[in-house]
Design a protein around this ligand. Structure first.
Ligand code: NAP
Length: 498
C-alpha cells in the first residue's frame, strides 16, 4: 500500500517537530526538507540531530540543491555530508539526486537511499531508462518527478509504476496542475509513497495536494489496484466542486472509486489514454461539452439535438454521452411551478435570461413544453441564435422590465460571487405568484432569489440544480441511488467555507 508522506518545508527543527506532531496517523512518513531550514551550518547540524532524535514517525531527509529545484545554496561537500549525517543519526531514508549518488558513497546501514530524478520542464520519453539507471546505482527506492505539460503526461508515469513498482520500490509523479491525478493515483498503481503538502500553498513542489484533502476528499489510504476512476474534464478545473461532491457520494455508499480533476486540453487523447485504466465515468464542462459529443459511441436523443453533453459513462469499453443538466434543471423548475400552482407549463410564459451554456441546457429542456419562451441576453445576437434553434423569441436585457412572465429563469452570471450585490432583474418584474429560478449557486441565495422571496414569488436555486445534475451523473455511472443529502451537505459546507 502506498504511504502518504507530508513534505515539511519549515525553517527550523522546532517548527518541523511541531508540524510533525500535529499530523494524524494517516500520514505515514514525513519528508524533512533541510534546504528550507535557515541556512546557517551550525543551526542545520543541530536541527538535523534534534529532528532525528525526536521524530514520531519515519522520516526522509532531503537537502535539495537549487539546480534540482531546491533551496540549498552551499557547497556540494557539506550538502552530501548532511545526508551522511542524517543516516548516521537514524533517518529512515535520505533522498539523493541521481547525479550525486556516487559522490555520496556509502551511508549507514539501516537508512534507505531514495535516488531521485527531477525534470521541471517536461515528461521525457525515457522514464524506463532513468528508472533502470537509478536502480543500477543502488537505489533502495527509485524516484522520478517530472513536469506534466498535458494531463496525458501522467500516463507514462503511472504506467512506469504499474510495470516496475512491484519489483523495485518506486516513487513516480507528475508535477503541475495537469499532473495532479498522478499524486492520488500513485496509490492505485503501487507507488512506494505519494507526497502531500502540510496545507494549501505550503508544498515543496507544484501540484502537491494538502494531506487533509488527499485523505478526506480522495480517500488516498483506501485506493488500491481495483479502484475505479471517475473525474471532471475541464479547463480550468482548479475550482471545480465536482471532486468534493462525487468523492463524498462514493464514500457514502462505500464504492471503491475515486473522482479526480482532469485539466484537459485535448479530450480525444485524454479519453483514449485513461480508458486503458478503468475510467468509468466523467463529468464534462467548459470548454469541452461540444467537443466530446463526436467522441462518443452513443449519445441520447437530447444530447444529439443539443450537440452538448455533460456526462460520459463508460461501460464495456463503450462511451455513452448524456446531459444531466437539462433533466435536473427541468425537475427543479417543475417542482417550483408545482408549488406555485403553475403546472402545466404549456399555459405559461417563461423569460430566460442569458444565452450561454446554462441557458442552452434550459432552453432545450423547455422548448415545446411551455406556452411562450422568451430569451433575453446582453448580447442580443446570441439570444437570437439560441431562440432560433429552439423556436423561441429573443430580446435584449433592457426589455425585461416590460415583460410579465409567469416564470423567470436567470442563467447569466450576474449576482454570482464575488459580485453578490448585483441582480439580473429589476424588482418591478417580480410579482407574487411567479416562479423565479436562479442558475447561480454561489451564493446559495442570490440577491435575485432574496428579492423574489420577499416579493412573494416561489423560488428555485442553482444549488438544487447543481445537486440534481450531479446526482443524475452518479446514478448514470453506478446504477445506484445517489446519496443526495450527503452530496448537498458537502457542497453547502464548501460554499460556506468560501
Ligand atoms: P456562459 O456560457 O459564460 O454564459 C454567461 C451568460 O451570462 C451569457 O449570457 C452572458 O451574456 C451573461 N453575462 C455575463 N456577464 C454579464 C453581465 N455583466 N451582464 C449581463 N449578462 C452577463 O456561462 P454559463 O455556463 O451559462 O453559466 C452562467 C451561470 O450559470 C454561472 O453563474 C454558472 O455558475 C451558473 N450555472 C449553474 C449551474 C448549476 O448546476 N446550478 C450549471 C451551469 C451554470 P453575453 O452573452 O452577453 O456575454
Amino acid at each position: 500500500m502506498a504511504k502518504l508522506c507530508v513534505s515539511l518545508t519549515e525553517k527550523s527543527a522546532a517548527e518541523t517537530l511541531s508540524a510533525m506532531r500535529g499530523l494524524p496517523a494517516c500520514v505515514d512518513m514525513v519528508e524533512v526538507r533541510l534546504d528550507y531550514f535557515r541556512q546557517n551550518t551550525r543551526t542545520v547540524r543541530a536541527g538535523l540531530e534534534e529532528v532525528c532524535r525526536n521524530k514520531d514517525r519515519p522520516i526522509i531527509v532531503t537537502n535539495r540543491p537549487c539546480r534540482e529545484g531546491g533551496r540549498y545554496r552551499g557547497s556540494e561537500r557539506s550538502r552530501l555530508d548532511s545526508l551522511r549525517r542524517a543516516a548516521a543519526l537514524g533517518a529512515d531514508y535520505v533522498d539523493v539526486e541521481l547525479d550525486s549518488v556516487s559522490a555520496l558513497g556509502e551511508i549507514s546501514p539501516g537508512t534507505g537511499k531514495i535516488v531521485s530524478y527531477h525534470n521541471f520542464e517536461c515528461t521525457p520519453a525515457d522514464l524506463e531508462e532513468i528508472h533502470r539507471h537509478a536502480v543500477a546505482v543502488g537505489a533502495d527506492v527509485a524516484k522520478i518527478a517530472v513536469r506534466a505539460q498535458r494531463v496525458v503526461d501522467t500516463l507514462p508515469v503511472l504506467e512506469l509504476l504499474e510495470r516496475r513498482a512491484a519489483a523495485v520500490p518506486t516513487i513516480a509523479l507528475a508535477m503541475g496542475e495537469e499532473g495532479m491525478p498522478s499524486r492520488v493515483l500513485a496509490a492505485k498503481f503501487g507507488a512506494f509513497l505519494s507526497y502531500a503538502s502540510l496545507a494549501a500553498g505550503r508544498g515543496s513542489a507544484d501540484g502537491q495536494v494538502p494531506y487533509r484533502e488527499m485523505e478526506e476528499t480522495y480517500r488516498f489510504s483506501r485506493i488500491g489496484p481495483n479502484t475505479t476512476l471517475y473525474g471532471v474534464v475541464a479547463n480550468p478545473v482548479a475550482h471545480s466542486m465536482s471532486p468534493t461532491i462525487h468523492n463524498a457520494a462514493f464514500a457514502e455508499v462505500g464504492l471503491d472509486a475515486v473522482y479526480l480533476p482532469f485539466k484537459v486540453s485535448r479530450p480525444a487523447a485524454f479519453l483514449d489514454g485513461y480508458q486503458r485504466h478503468e475510467l468509468k465515468g466523467l463529468s464534462v464542462t467548459i470548454p469541452h461539452k461540444e467537443a466530446m459529443v463526436p467522441l462518443m459511441d452513443e449519445v441520447d436523443e437530447l444530447t444529439a439535438r443539443m450537440g452538448a453533453l455533460n456526462t460520459v459513462a463508460i461501460r464495456d469499453g463503450r462511451r455513452y454521452g448524456s446531459n444531466t443538466d437539462v433533466g435536473a434543471a427541468l425537475s427543479a423548475l417543475e417542482e417550483a411551478a408545482r408549488r406555485a400552482g403553475l403546472l402545466p407549463l404549456q399555459r405559461r410564459t417563461v423569460l430566460l435570461e442569458g444565452a450561454g451554456g446554462a441557458a442552452r441546457a434550459i432552453a432545450y429542456g423547455l422548448a415545446g413544453r411551455v406556452g411562450r419562451l422568451i430569451i433575453a441576453n446582453r448580447t442580443v445576437s446570441r439570444a437570437e441564435k439560441l431562440a432560433e434553434e429552439v423556436g423561441a423569441e429573443a430580446c435584449g436585457l433592457d426589455e425585461v422590465s416590460s415583460l410579465r412572465p409567469d416564470l423567470l429563469v436567470n442563467t447569466t452570471s450576474v449576482g454570482m460571487y464575488p459580485r453578490v450585490d448585483e441582480t439580473p432583474a429589476p424588482s418591478s418584474v417580480l410579482r407574487p405568484g411567479m416562479v423565479v429560478f436562479d442558475a447561480v449557486y454561489n451564493p446559495m441565495e442570490t440577491r435575485l432569489l432574496r428579492e423574489a422571496r420577499e416579493a412573494g414569488c416561489t423560488t428555485a436555486s442553482g444549488f438544487e440544480w447543481f445537486i440534481g445534475q450531479a446526482a443524475a451523473q452518479f446514478e448514470a455511472w453506478t446504477g445506484l441511488s445517489a446519496p443526495r443529502e450527503r452530496m448537498a451537505e458537502v457542497v453547502k459546507k464548501r460554499l460556506s467555507s468560501g
